[in-house]
Design a protein around this ligand. Structure first.
Ligand code: TA6
Length: 266
């Protein structure tokens, strides 16, 4: 279960087959993802940080694991290739007796990672191999490294969102002094496709596709989450490409791809 490492030019991606989870993405030596110092890497529990996959459901579910089982399953290598301008890896997961005990549906999931010199493309494709419709929700739950004290995602200004903390529909503040987002935050933002994390001249572009919402999450300092190391919440914001508002329903043989592309502006 050793991590898989991809290289392209000056960038490096580390992926855990457990959960098909990106753990580290470095561009010119600078880490772009956040991984908790207290992350549990024993291959039994969700790994806190990187890009966990939420599938076949997003969020909590009675008696079943939060965010589904994809992040706690061992995925298989389905494809691996390398050219001058990108490295490509596809991991796959199919239904079996264990997944059917939690979710009685046939499925095939493929998680593709494409690493370019200054970009990382993430794509979760789910195919319905069965004879009945298949419905699911999903997210690419990216933990992006940032200094929360300086964080300001201007694309959120004035947008409507569902506040999971308050269980209320709200609007993000607008205006020059708006805290965007206020921390702690657990916001489902319908339709948001593009935003950027900017710190001085350093800009990370986030582009979501095949989603119905972006989810913005940071638990704030009083989180009490055992595997977020002390003070760790100051160094990340989750910006997720999610299909969380309504389920995706696939007819037999149909497939859907949920994407997120992260680009470091040169
Ligand atoms: O995507 C935001 C969220 O669903 C939050 O509600 C929060 O609980 C977070 O994910 C982390 O969930 P986890 O199950 O990984 O602790």
């Amino acid at each position: 279960m050793s991590p898989l490492i991809l290289h392209c030019a000056d960038s490096q991606l580390t992926v855990s087959p457990f959960g098909a989870q990106a753990l580290s993405w470095q561009v010119a030596g600078q880490e772009r993802l956040w991984l908790s110092l207290d992350a549990d890497l024993d291959g039994h529990h969700p790994i806190r940080g990187g890009v966990p996959l939420c599938f076949p459901w997003f969020g909590k579910a009675d008696q079943r694991p939060s965010h589904g089982f994809a992040r706690t399953r061992l995925w298989q290598v389905a494809e691996q290739s390398q050219t001058d301008d990108h490295a490509h890896l596809v991991l796959s997961l199919e239904h079996d007796a264990d997944t059917e005990a939690l979710w009685p549906h046939p499925f095939r999931a493929e998680m593709a990672f494409t690493l370019k010199a200054n970009a990382l493309q993430l794509a979760l494709t789910v195919t319905n191999p069965g004879l009945a419709p298949l419905s699911y929700t999903a997210a690419l739950h990216s933990y992006l490294g940032t200094d929360v004290a300086q964080l300001r995602i201007t694309e959120l200004a004035g947008l409507p969102y569902h506040d999971k903390l308050a269980n209320a529909d709200c609007l993000f503040e607008d205006g020059p002094d708006a805290a965007l987002p206020p921390i702690p935050v657990d916001a489902i933002v319908p339709g948001l496709s593009n935003c950027r994390l900017a710190q001085g001249n350093d800009i990370l572009e986030i582009d979501n596709q095949g989603h119905d919402a972006a989810v913005i999450w940071n638990p704030g300092p009083d989180h009490g989450i055992g595997d977020v190391h002390f003070g760790g919440e100051q160094a990340f914001i989750c910006i997720e490409s999610a299909h969380a508002l309504t389920p995706i329903t696939l007819a037999p043989g149909q497939r859907h791809t949920l994407r997120q592309t992260l680009t470091v502006d040169a």
